[in-house]
Write a protein that binds this ligand. Structure first.
Ligand code: BGC
Length: 276
């Protein structure tokens, strides 16, 4: 099994730009929240379960010399989302960056999938991204561009997946939610571009996090996973955090409506490397 990648350098390009990261107490969200702080942003750490883990991320942000706050909110709940944005904006004065990261899986064979499993995944992964993006856009639109801070009035980053493209048997709720995230992101990007708001997606492949532990935790599973990854290593959460920090920065000021796949080539149809 490959070793965890070394901690990478984050250019300090997000100073003065408070960021809200949903689902920031573990996995990709945690790395993104810490990456935002390493890039100079103050960060709101949203979570639903495990407040101790959220506090630990907040301490990590403070160790970077940035301000942090934790807010418990289920992103699929409209009232809770509104209250979270009001609290975050009240605390930091405004927000410049939203990372719509919170997501989950409830896997089942299609003929056995319950409506509850379908609704849970669509609720958090898709409706949650809609609700948070809407609140963020309202704030970005109200404030407008502040030249000394950023060329854009605000930046939205949507956590999607390779499964916005790759069908996934046994996970139709998840793949449907991520296909939806792609069109949600692209349609918002088109609509808000004239307001100098950018929206982009990130499409992770297999990243070493709790959501897919069974896919990497044993050497046998890891070997099987590698048959789907031409680059022959699992992704680390920092691989994603680096890309999110860049997309949120003015270095990416002409990038909107794009999905950046970060997957070691998983979306390159690896089966065709030797066939076809
Ligand atoms: C899923 C993981 C999976 C990966 C690649 C991600 O979006 O959450 O469970 O390992 O896609 O299939």
């Amino acid at each position: 099994m490959s070793e965890a990648a070394p901690v990478r350098h984050f250019p300090v390009v997000l100073e003065g730009q408070p960021a809200l990261v949903t689902g920031a107490n573990s996995g990709i969200g945690k790395a993104v929240a810490l990456g935002m702080a390493a890039s100079g942003a103050d960060v709101v750490v949203n979570y639903v379960v495990d407040p101790a883990a959220a506090e630990e991320v907040a301490h990590g942000i403070e160790a970077c010399g940035r301000r942090a706050m934790t807010i418990k909110a289920d992103v699929s709940d409209e009232d809770r989302v509104k209250a979270m944005f009001a609290q975050a904006i009240g605390h930091f004065g405004t927000l410049h960056i939203l990372v719509n990261n919170a997501g989950l899986q409830r896997d089942a064979a299609f003929h056995e999938m319950t409506l509850a499993q379908w609704k849970k995944v669509i609720g958090v992964n898709l409706t949650g991204q809609f609700l948070c993006a809407r609140e963020a856009v309202r704030e970005f639109k109200k404030r407008g561009v502040v030249d000394q801070i950023s060329a854009a009035a605000g930046k939205l980053v949507f956590m999607s997946s390779v499964h916005q493209e790759i069908p996934w048997a046994g996970h139709v709720n998840y793949a449907s939610s991520k296909g939806g995230v792609m069109q949600l992101m692209r349609s918002i990007a088109q609509e808000v571009a004239p307001l100098a708001i950018r929206a982009n997606g990130v499409g992770p492949g297999a990243i070493r996090t709790p959501i897919n532990r069974p896919a990497w935790e044993t050497p046998k599973a890891y070997g099987r996973l590698m048959s789907l990854v031409p680059y022959k290593r699992i992704g680390e959460p920092d691989d994603i955090a680096q890309a999110v920090a860049w997309l949120a920065s003015d270095a990416a000021d002409y990038v909107t409506g794009a999905t950046l796949f970060i997957d070691g080539g998983m979306s390159l149809y690896p089966g065709f490397a030797t066939g076809g």
